[in-house]
Design a protein around this ligand. Sequence first.
Ligand SMILES: NC(=O)C1=CN([C@@H]2O[C@H](COP(=O)(O)OP(=O)(O)OC[C@H]3O[C@@H](n4cnc5c(N)ncnc54)[C@H](O)[C@@H]3O)[C@@H](O)[C@H]2O)[C@@H](O)CC1
Ligand SMILES: [K+]
Length: 517
Amino acid sequence: MKILSKEQIYEGDKLTAQRQNISSTELMERAGTQIFNWMHMRMQGAQVPIHVFCGIGNNGGDGLVLARHLVNHGYNVHTYVVNYSDKRSKDFLVNYDRIKQVTKEWPTLMACEEDFPTITPEAIIVDAVFGIGLNRPIADWVKKLFQHFRASKAFTLAIDIPSGLQTDSVPESENDVVWAGYTLSFQSPKLIFFLPETSKYSVQWEVLDIGIDLEYIYKLNTEAELIGKQEVLPIYKPRKRFSHKGSFGHALIVGGSYGKIGSVTLSSKAALVSGVGLVSAYVPKCGYVPLQVALPEAMVITDENEKFISNISFDITPSAIGVGIGIGTQDETLLAFENFLKENKAPLVVDADALNLLSKKTELLALLPKGTVLTPHPKELERLIGEWKDDFDKLNKTKAFSKKHEVIVVVKGANTITVFQDKYYVNTTGNPGLATAGTGDVLMGIIAGLITQGYEPLSASVFGVYLHGKAADIILEDFGYQSMIASYVIDAVAEAYIDLFKQPEQPQVSEAEQEES
Ligand SMILES: NC(=O)C1=CN([C@@H]2O[C@H](COP(=O)(O)OP(=O)(O)OC[C@H]3O[C@@H](n4cnc5c(N)ncnc54)[C@H](O)[C@@H]3O)[C@@H](O)[C@H]2O)[C@@H](O)CC1
Ligand SMILES: [K+]
């Protein structure tokens, strides 16, 4: 799913009104009605107090449409106009009139703290104060209102975006924004739903379809894309019946040092379950026995050194190489890595200590083949690109780094974001169970495995991150966040592949209902 910028959303609204020959008021009616339907389906007329707080722009207009439908359907609604400016939008005014026609209880005008209503914890707050139009600092009393929402502990439903947030920046203080339990977003999810510093402002989100012109969306090139099953299915390469293990390449996993051979075992096994034909592991001598025992499917090549890698040399021709896990950062290994990069022709995935070696000696970045995949966790990323001010700064710096060195950067996190040149691919699978030793090794193995099978490095990264997260989601039911370990994730990759082709379950309709219809 494409993640549109604010400008693209406004453009979409405008074009839709033109092409469908409707007014912006009608589009607002659609938006507000969609929100109403969403609530009505869940609330079924329940008489919980609903406080709808409307700004004076079009986000507030959506709130007024919703409030009118709630009134018409007999809900226990209180509507407020958060009067932070006298520049009311045209469609706000239309709907301000319309709500006055359906109820004697006109919206309460609010202009200072004294006007705040009491909100009980069991009530529902609808936040329609600011939408994507927020473009300057918010008045103090309005910030206080947001704090009042939060202090009430009432469930808060934000329309389009939690008020106080902008689509392309991190707020200065967490007191300046609405903390929503749920956000119903129009047309496109917002990038801020997926970033570590801003995702907390909306626990859950959903996109409501307000019928934006499909051709416009289809042709649009967006900076960010949300990656779910629909996006990875076209990447998947089906297998031909007459294929053999030679058809799926030979992956080489280079890594390990004394006490850290398990990382190579995990990566190699992950490459195997991703579907490669052959896997070889390159480890220091001390890794020979453990690897052969733990993973009989892999071949093992050893360094001349007993405890760490000192010279990466082999006589196979791998289709892709994953390098870096558990190798340490001592000088001999740095030199071995440098010599290896000078000779290497195979596509690369660089992880863990090899990333730290790149930060230690940045000249090595010039030796990476174009399209090399780097898979840093936040600390490794910081060593590569320097400190960042906030999440947007981090993404911009990563983008610049990706462009400069022509590499793909997989920024690992709760929503892993793959960055390549001007584009962000935001993953939707995965859960906090992945915050455990070795899961990064598994991800590296899967991506290296996919490149080995002939996937383009960018597709391999996006697809690999998806499969890895999906595997973790599948086993969540069995192991929970606490007891999930990297080996279980490997075991579930098979199920993650199978899940790609599962049809969503159809709702069961009883025979009696079928006859009725
Ligand atoms: N454009 C359209 O046709 C549609 C717009 N929709 C809604 O419209 C919203 C955007 O509406 P608007 O562009 O009117 O803007 P908002 O309602 O988000 O913002 C409020 C208005 O106040 C002004 N403003 C911004 N920051 C302020 C501040 N700190 N203090 C005081 N005033 C401030 C802005 O100029 C803006 O006009 C979307 O988020 C969405 O909810 C939906 O109704 C769908 C259709
Ligand atoms: K809002």
